[in-house]
Write a protein that binds this ligand. Sequence first.
Ligand code: PLP
Length: 413
Amino acid sequence: MAPEVFAEIDPPQRLLMGPGPVNAHPRVLRAMSADLLGQFDPEMTAYMNEVMALYRPIFGTQNQQTFLVDGTARAGIEAALVSLVAPGQTVLVVDFGRFGLLLGEILARIGARIETVSAPWGQVVELDAIEDALKRVRPSLVATIHGDTSTTMAQPLEGFGALCRKYGALSYVDATATIGGMELAADRWAVDVVSGGLQKCLGGPSGSAPITLSEAAAERIFARRHVERGIVRDDLDDGEGPRIGSNYFDLAMVMDYWSDKRLNHHTEATTMLYGARECARIVLQEGLENRCARHRAAGRAVTAGARALGLEVFGDHRHRMSNVTGLVIPAGVDGEAVRRRMREDFQIEIGSAFGPLQGRLWRIGAMGYNAAKHKVLITLGALETVLRAEGFAAPAGVAVEAALAAWNAELSA
Ligand SMILES: *Cc1c(COP(=O)(O)O)cnc(C)c1O
């Protein structure tokens, strides 16, 4: 074997200023090196209960059913959809970017009837358009994204869940990119299911998906389970459609594991749970309002710095996410060469873009542990130097000054 395989892991110290993942908070990494426990150990189940309590305020909810799905954010999305939706049921997807397309892709595998109401990339869907679609298609579920990092847009959700309920539908929101950085208000929005991930504004590694479910959502999921004396029966059909088409992502079973019943399902990913718990503790110690303000300051600083450089900021300005900013690559500049120089000369990662925006945007994220004044300033200073090296006439010194002024204005206001 090559001698490298015996070398200890020693990755370069990169500053991850893309759309995620970001550098994890050192406290989270330390928590994840703690010793393991058995999954029914009273200390372990106490940690599980603490995690449920810690994530309720982060989701803005009192839902009892607030816990972790083991896996990356996509595991939370898939668990929600496969548990809520039976084959043949109609789902309305509110789609304004790549992650809206992902919802459709997962729902297609479930065998749902998919209806879509979309906005072009860089815009959000108006509530009126959602209501028109609800009247027309009468879905059993409406699924959408809060912040879609592919376009940097944040869908307004005030009134969204209530609107869905008015037409008899439950609602699901993927809040992976905003949890811990922009306000989540599951109860006020009356949204039934919200899921997230650690690797963005929560400042942890990917691999755990916090999720919350309303009583109505939990009831629908439990109603799909047909268990007699511990044996799942396919022949018992109560009209809600066939049983949940996944064992690992069967949220009825996962909820029984996270309840006092502690019915064995999977082995809870102990180390990820330690990490998720520490992420939440850091968020709540900082305070949700302070944390959102810090992410807002970071977004304003990136925006001000980029504009001072003469760059155009992408998307409908009324609805941009605060934590990820899209910068239009100027004509004549090689976007990938800029990213390469940022990485090689400055050890900074910034993002590219997908689909219709491929080659058109850089995406700069300032999230979690990296939504810090100095990290934003260092990134903009580096970007200025790199742009000049790539032939773009960026004025010297202005980006950092403009960003600093914007940061200070936001946080002292
Ligand atoms: C980043 C992101 C994800 C990531 O999913 P993973 O499975 O953790 O890679 C999902 N949804 C949205 C909206 C995101 O921005």
